[in-house]
Design a protein around this ligand. Structure first.
Ligand code: 28F
Length: 643
């Protein structure tokens, strides 16, 4: 039976009072703030001591109750804080834990101290900042009780107040925050619930019950227990997303007494959700544990992708951003001596952890990919998709950037720009081939008409993604000339010409190029088409020569109409030539017949034209070139419209 310990104020008492007085003077130094966040922090200091007991393997259930008077009760079924007299302070261990700063409910070496948030100041700070604290310790069939008031003064030294079941052990603490210190003393249930749920996820198998006795409806409280630990955390985070595959990848390992545990699952989402913890503390700013895992993730996915020949030699390696798209991941590190960095101590600084986290993760993840080839392929494909989109976006940005250096030599070699900078007065002719391009440059009105000769075939973008389209030099040149950017970056207001005139030969190749351009505009510049900025030039189909005179006509109809106007004797002497291409006209003729704003006839391209082009392309996607020629030759008709 414990004798009643008479209490005299010795030297150690003075030190105790000074210690707790310091906390009351500058609470922010110990719990960060004295606002509602600080109020809730008190709970975590006490709960963390119970969780320490769980981490040591002795506590299975923790109960947290918000009492009617907004005092908090925390119960655990651990061993119970020792009640023997502490050799150094001549006080019971319980009293020492609650009155000596930094004595905390911490264990000697070995165990993982859950230094609750800020430096693990533990129970004595809660005592210093409470108007009263009751502690009951259950062990050896007895209930031991001690009470503190007014910032930690012992008013009832530890003594036995009751018997209890021989087998029952544990610690129950009830405390009432000092209303003169905190801005508010009203607890928020959901704030407590969120962290309680997280603690249950982080400590698999530990059951934590939260009950609100201020709410008469809440008679049983809510119990959080997750045998699956952080794997269940990932499942919980992903509950309204579509996972790429069923299982949650879980791996863990230890090196030098440092434990790394990871749970992860990819979803169809594009966002990344990576949460990391050290000894249950949320490291919002990451740190060496998270960095080691991310580094390994990128390396392993790249090496798997190469070995599986999904990532080809020519492909850029996948970046950290590519591999984390759609990833939900929890990284939980247990460390005997964690160093926290940053303003809010939200970052793990221990450098040795980076390599350990990398080793543990790469061993486990590599094995997972080898044992689950189908999931591995899904994960790699997702990263490849992200990579292509990233590269495309980068190219698009580069493409638009190049617009601003229009006079960059290699670009100038392509575009013969016009002097007019007002887009509503400027027009650009996209011309097929260098020879036509040459005549067009000579024949144009250089004030208002720009010429862009297309040298190579532009890519068939029918099925291509933006990234593929951007890999085509000719398409990039067009984007730069237009000035609008492409894809996400597209801005119609930046269009540099309000007439984009496709000027191709009337033959098969010309039609092919035009169909390709229409497909390109339809897929990546639709607002330009919808806005009515795109036209097809109408080069003449026939030249009617009579002596020195030359007449160019658009098509058979105009030809026959014109011939009707000629006297019989002349009609029989005219020479009618089918024009094969723009190159057959000199600059002056090209200008006269096709470019001169006063004489030419342009055909406005509509979205329907593009759809028809799209369909035509779709129809003719086969490998056979001849049917393609034949079809375009017969069907690439122009419909006549006035401008
Ligand atoms: C409701 C809050 O605080 N539970 C705790 C223990 C158990 C031991 C302990 C705590 C001081 C420095 C050792 C028991 N038996 N719940 C809690 N449960 N503290 S706090 O020891 C603290 C001592 O090192 C305990 C054997 N070893 C440790």
């Amino acid at each position: 039976m414990e004798e009643k310990v008479e209490h005299s104020y010795g030297a150690s008492d003075i030190q105790v009072l000074e210690g707790l007085e310091a906390v009351r003077k500058r609470p922010g130094m110990y719990i960060g703030t004295t606002d509602v966040k600080g109020l809730h922090h008190l709970v975590w200091e006490i709960v963390d001591n119970a969780i320490d007991e769980a981490l040591a393997g002795y506590c299975k259930h923790i109960e947290i109750i918000i009492n009617k008077d907004n005092s908090i009760t925390v119960k655990d079924d651990g061993r119970g804080i020792p009640t023997d007299i502490h050799p150094k302070t001549k006080l019971s261990t319980v009293e020492t834990v609650y009155t000596v700063l930094h004595a905390g409910g911490k264990f000697g070496g070995g165990g993982y101290k859950v230094s609750g948030g800020l430096h693990g100041v533990g129970a004595s700070v809660v005592n210093a900042l409470s108007s009263w604290v009751d502690v009951n310790v259950y062990k050896n069939g007895q209930v031991h009780y001690i009470r503190f008031e007014n910032g930690g003064k012992t008013v009832e030294p530890l003594h036995v107040v009751d018997k209890c079941d021989e087998k029952r052990t544990g610690t129950t603490v009830t405390f009432k925050p000092d209303a003169t210190i905190f801005d508010t003393d009203v607890y928020d249930y959901d704030t407590l619930k969120t962290r309680v749920r997280e603690l249950a996820f982080l400590n698999k198998g530990l059951s934590i019950t939260l009950r609100d006795d201020r709410d008469d409806e809440d008679t049983t409280g809510e119990t959080f227990l997750y045998e699956g630990g952080i794997s269940e955390y990932v499942k919980y985070i992903n509950n309204n997303k579509t996972p790429l595959y069923e299982d949650i990848i879980h791996l863990e390992g230890e090196e030098d007494n440092i434990i790394i545990e990871v749970a992860m699952q990819y979803t169809t989402d594009e966002n990344t959700r990576i949460y990391s913890f050290v000894n249950n503390i949320n490291t919002h700013d990451g740190g060496t544990h998270e960095e080691g895992v991310r580094r390994a993730l990128t390396r392993i996915i790249n090496s798997y992708a190469k070995k599986a020949n999904i990532l080809k030699e020519k492909d850029e390696p996948l970046t950290g951003d590519d591999v984390k798209e759609g990833l939900t991941m929890i990284v939980s590190c247990k460390h005997p001596n964690p160093q926290f960095e940053g303003q809010t101590k939200g970052r793990l600084g221990n450098s040795e952890v980076r390599k350990i986290a990398d080793n543990v993760f790469s061993d486990g993840f590599e094995r997972f990919l080898l044992e689950h080839p189908s999931e591995a392929r899904i994960i790699v494909e997702k990263s490849m998709l992200a990579s292509r989109a990233r590269i495309a976006a980068k190219k698009a940005r580069e493409a638009t950037r190049r617009k601003s250096d229009l006079d960059v030599v290699n670009f100038a070699g392509k575009l013969s720009d016009c002097k007019e900078k007002d887009p509503s007065k400027a027009e650009i002719f996209i011309v097929e081939g260098d020879s036509a391009g040459g005549s067009a440059k000579l024949g144009r009105n250089s004030m208002t008409q720009a010429i862009l000769p297309l040298r190579g075939k532009i890519l068939n973008v029918e099925k291509a993604r933006l990234d593929k389209a951007l890999s085509n030099e000719e398409i990039r040149t067009i984007i730069t000339a237009f000035g609008t950017g492409i894809g996400q970056e597209f801005d119609l207001n930046k269009l540099r010409y309000h007439k984009i005139i496709i000027m191709t030969d009337a033959d098969v190749d010309g039609s092919h190029i035009r169909v390709l351009l229409l497909t390109l505009f339809y897929r990546f510049f639709r607002p330009i088409v919808e806005g009515g900025y795109v036209y097809a030039a109408q080069p003449p189909l026939f030249r009617i020569q009579y002596g020195k005179s030359r007449k160019y006509v658009l098509d058979e109809e105009e030809r026959d109409t014109y011939l009707e106007t000629l006297p019989e004797n002349i009609k029989s002497r005219v020479i009618i030539t089918r024009m094969k291409g723009l190159g057959e006209m000199d600059a002056e003729e090209l200008n006269e017949t096709t470019m001169d704003i006063e004489k030419r006839i342009l055909r406005k391209i509509t979205v329907d034209d593009c759809i028809a082009a799209d369909k035509m392309f779709e129809l003719l996607m086969g490998e056979e070139v001849e049917p393609r020629r034949q079809f375009i030759e017969e069907n690439a008709k122009y419909a006549e419209v006035d401008i």
